[in-house]
Design a binder for this molecule. Structure first.
Ligand code: TYD
Ligand code: MG
Length: 490
């Protein structure tokens, strides 16, 4: 009946031995490769981000570097008084790379010890941009290291040759092991800038998961961030982007880094936009505009002229929007095509704008403007591949749609701006004066904008057409009020 005490002791001893042994296998955990959420067991769909088939088995969190435990490594920290720090450093010391469009996005240059995550589609030009940035800094006499995990040093050299930068004193390495990288970087003078191209190819010996998994990406990023903070080197981590625009896997990394930038553009077109979505040391939503040429990326200092280039002035269905990207005014063309539909459920296709915003504008045009759009397919395109997020673009989109539906071309020298409310009214816009100034500079002579808040925007160059609501907007375009009767375009 009684179990033998000896047997129990043997069990306990075996258990302790297993737990203490360095050979003990670490438990498994399951982590989502899209968002980094961790689960105790496998499941088909991630509860955190809703993605399917992204959960992968990985070994649980890595041990501390050096193999110690937290208790063994703990030592006393130092607490400082904020007031004692005031005046020690004027502001974060920055190094500008000299490419104005890049420095504008970082907020005036790289902050010492900061880490930037740069995302973008494959082939968009991230490596090209970073090669130009590193060469510019190296030519200024700074120590700059470019570490490629994707390409051999010869490939990087070929790109530099193509860009005419092969003489720049940039240090190159093709390496993916994070311990080797940190050890190498720690030797000699502290580099001012280190490029890691890309973070998904990096792996650490202390983490038993495969390279590219969330645990590896997070571990590698952690090691590099630690190095940056300790040494004062600025680091740019290149990150790949998934098909739906997320920086693949390391959404977790976005929390850890100081700034997140993305390099965007339509592959078929030549210009590229660099944009920050997070910046601990500078502005967000500032954009830098570049053009891909046979000699690499050229800065575009006047983006409006580029976005409006080749515009068909007599076409129906086009309206120019006076927008603001970051702190900079940008003029951009909205193109609409309203075509009779043979489908029961007419098509609504949008490029460069939010589809739900289009649905809202269409509903307002139908309800408050009297337009019958139910029998038409509607295509809306922001020319040039720029993505517009501003609500003030509503009026330009609506104007393009009204123009296409009524086959009335809009005056080619007119810009549109204003957010449309669900009540049909146009809401006041911010920074109207800046927008109008840019329009005037590019030869536009009139602007349609909301009546509300107009006083503040008086401007001598551009004549203003104030509209109170959507039926006023239709009237300025087709020359009469839509009233109760429907437009004769059915
Ligand atoms: P790359 O920087 O390799 O893209 P990423 O690192 O984002 O994957 O750029 C690749 C594209 O850029 C390639 O399709 C060719 C084009 N390109 C030019 O048009 N001009 C140039 O001078 C260079 C170097 C590249
Ligand atoms: Mg690349």
């Amino acid at each position: 009946m009684n179990s033998s005490p000896i047997l129990v002791d043997v069990f306990i001893a075996a258990f302790l031995l297993k737990a203490d042994s360095p050979m003990a296998k670490r438990p498994l955990e399951f982590s989502c490769q899209a968002c980094g959420a961790v689960y105790a067991r496998w499941q088909g769909r991630c509860d955190a981000c809703g993605e399917w088939s992204t959960i992968v088995e990985e070994a649980a969190s890595a041990p501390l570097p050096g193999g110690g435990t937290i208790a063994k490594q703990a030592r006393k920290g130092r607490i400082l008084r904020l007031e004692s720090l005031v005046g020690t450093v004027d502001r974060a010391p920055r190094i500008a790379c000299g490419m104005g469009e890049f420095d504008r996005v970082t907020g005036g240059g790289f902050v010492t010890g900061s880490v930037i995550l740069l995302g973008g589609d494959p082939g968009i030009g991230k490596s090209t941009l970073l090669m130009q940035v590193t060469a510019a800094l190296a030519n200024e006499g700074h120590r700059v290291v470019y570490i490629s995990g994707e390409e051999a040093t010869d490939q990087v050299r070929l790109r530099a040759e193509r860009l005419g930068l092969s003489k720049a004193p940039v240090e190159l390495a093709a390496e993916t092991n994070i311990e080797t990288i940190v050890a190498t970087l720690s030797e000699g003078a502290v580099p001012r800038l280190v490029i890691i191209d890309s973070i998904q190819t990096m792996w650490s010996e202390t983490i038993p998961s495969a390279p590219g998994t969330v645990t590896q990406v997070r571990g590698a990023a952690q090691a590099l961030i630690h190095f940056a903070k300790k040494s004062g080197a600025a680091i740019i981590l290149v990150g790949h982007v998934t098909k739906d625009g997320q920086i693949a896997g390391p959404r977790v990394v976005e929390h850890m880094v100081d700034a997140v930038a993305s390099f965007e553009g339509d592959g078929a077109l030549n210009f590229r936009i660099l944009r920050t979505t997070k910046n601990r040391f500078g502005p967000t939503d500032e954009i830098g505009v570049f053009e891909m040429t046979s000699l690499g990326l050229a800065e575009v200092t006047n983006p409006s002229a580029l976005f409006l280039q080749g515009r068909d002035l007599d076409a129906v269905g086009t309206a120019v929007f006076a927008g603001i990207e970051g702190n900079r005014p940008v003029l951009i063309e909205f193109q609409a095509l309203v075509a009779p539909s043979s489908l029961g459920n007419p098509r609504r296709t949008v490029v460069g704008w939010d589809p739900s915003r289009l649905s809202t504008v269409l509903a307002v045009l139908e309800t408050h403007g009297g337009l019958k759009l139910g029998a038409y397919d509607i295509y809306l395109n922001v020319a040039g591949g720029l993505k517009i997020n501003e609500p003030a673009a509503d009026t330009a989109a609506a104007a393009a749609i009204i123009s296409s539906m009524s086959q009335t071309p809009l005056p080619p020298d007119r810009v549109f701006m204003g957010e449309i409310c669900l009540t049909g009214a146009l809401r006041p816009i911010s920074q109207a004066a800046t927008r109008l100034k840019e329009a005037g500079k590019l030869g536009f002579s009139s602007a349609v904008l909301p009546k509300a808040g107009l006083d503040a925007t008086a401007n001598g160059v551009v004549s203003l057409h104030a509209v109170a609501n959507i039926s006023d907007l239709i009237a300025t375009i087709i020359g009469r009020k839509p009233g109760k009767q429907r437009l004769e375009t059915e």
